[in-house]
Design a protein around this ligand. Structure first.
Ligand SMILES: Nc1ncnc2c1ncn2[C@@H]1O[C@H](COP(=O)(O)OP(=O)(O)OP(=O)(O)O)[C@@H](O)[C@H]1O
Ligand SMILES: [Mg+2]
Length: 274
C-alpha cells in the first residue's frame, strides 16, 4: 500500500534499533563497499543486521553480495503482500534491484522514487534488527532527503576519499542531514582509499589520493573520523564476484572494517548495549 503523504514517518520499522544511512557528496567514493562490508562486519560480531540498497538509480548490492538475479519471497499477510529479505553472509538484504529490470531505473522521477522506496521499506518484513544499514545514492537528492524524513531515528555516516578537495562534497552531505527539519545526527566520517600498502611491503603506506581529508571533515562537522579504509587491490574483484572483504588476502582491510563496526557499536549504538 502506498501512503499518500510522501513525508509520513514509516512505522513498520519499530523493531529496528539502529538505522545507519551511508551517504556521500559525490559518486564512486565507496558507499556501497562500506555499506556491504560494514553490514557483514556487524553480523560477524553477532548483531542482527539488515541492508537496504536505497540507490534506486543504480542498485549494486545484489551483485556485490552474490544475490544477483534472485527474488525475495512474497507472502500474503492479512490483505498485504509482504516481502521477505534475501539473506547472505548473515545479512538480510533488500534492494529494488531484486524487483526491476536494470533499464527501468533510468526513467524514474522523484515522486516515483519516493513511493517505491517507501514501499520497499514498509512492505518488507525485516523482523527484529540491531542494525539496518542503508546504502544511499550519491549526492543530496530526493532519495536521501526522503529517507532522512521517513526514518527520523536514523544516524548518518559520510564516506569520502582523502583528498582535501573531497571535504567540500562531504560537507554538502553532512549539511543536508543537519539542516533544520531533517535533523539527522551525523555520527562521523569514513575515509575510504586512505592509502595503498603493497602486500610484499606491509609496513609501507602510499597516500595515492592525498592525505587528511577525513580528519578535516570530521573536525569541520564536529564529528569523528570513524575509520580509514585502505585501498586494497582485490576489493573491486571481490565486490564484482559477490564476495566481501572478509575473503580478501589482505588482513588490513578486514581489520579496518572490523574496527569500523566495533567503533560504531561501542560508541554509537542505541539500545544495543543493554
Ligand atoms: N578500499 C577500496 N579498495 C579498493 N577498491 C575499492 C575500495 N573501496 C571501493 N573500491 C572500488 O571502487 C569502486 C566504487 O566503489 P563503490 O561502488 O562502493 O562506490 P559508491 O560510492 O557506492 O559508488 P556510486 O556513487 O556509483 O554508488 C568499486 O569498484 C569498488 O570495488
Ligand atoms: Mg553505490
Amino acid at each position: 500500500m502506498l501512503k499518500q503523504n510522501p513525508f509520513e514517518v514509516i512505522e513498520s520499522i519499530e523493531n529496528i534499533k539502529n538505522i545507519i544511512l551511508v551517504a556521500s557528496g559525490k559518486g564512486g567514493v565507496g558507499k556501497s563497499t562500506v555499506s556491504t562490508n560494514l553490514s557483514v562486519a556487524l553480523a560477524r560480531e553477532g548483531h542482527a543486521v539488515g541492508l537496504l540498497d536505497a540507490d534506486l538509480y543504480g542498485p549494486s548490492i545484489p551483485l556485490s553480495l552474490g544475490l544477483d538475479g534472485q527474488y525475495p519471497e512474497v507472502r500474503k499477510v492479512g490483505d498485504k503482500d509482504i516481502m521477505f529479505p534475501l539473506i547472505n553472509f548473515g545479512v538480510k538484504v533488500m534492494s529494488l534491484g531484486f524487483l526491476m529490470s536494470k533499464q527501468d531505473a533510468v526513467i524514474w522521477r522523484g515522486p516515483m522514487v519516493s513511493k517505491a522506496l517507501t514501499q520497499l521499506i514498509e512492505d518488507t518484513d525485516w523482523g527484529d534488527l540491531d542494525y539496518l544499514v542503508v546504502d544511499l545514492p550519491p549526492g543530496t537528492g530526493d532519495i536521501s532527503i526522503t529517507l532522512a524524513q521517513k526514518l527520523p531515528k536514523s544516524k548518518a555516516i559520510i564516506v569520502i576519499t582523502p583528498q582535501k578537495m573531497a571535504t567540500a562534497d562531504g560537507r554538502r552531505a553532512a549539511n543536508m542531514f543537519q539542516k533544520e527539519g531533517i535533523d539527522i545526527e551525523v555520527l562521523g566520517v569514513v575515509e575510504n582509499m586512505s592509502w595503498f600498502t603493497p602486500e610484499k611491503h606491509p609496513d609501507e603506506k602510499y597516500y595515492l589520493f592525498g592525505i587528511g581529508g577525513g580528519e578535516s571533515l570530521a573536525k569541520e562537522t564536529n564529528t569523528e573520523l570513524l575509520a580509514q579504509i585502505p585501498l586494497v587491490s582485490d576489493v573491486c574483484n571481490l565486490g564484482d564476484t559477490g564476495q566481501t572483504v572478509f575473503a580478501s588476502t589482505s588482513n588490513i582491510i578486514v581489520e579496518a572494517f572490523e574496527k569500523l563496526a566495533q567503533n560504531i557499536h561501542e560508541k554509537h549504538a542505541l539500545n544495543a548495549l543493554k
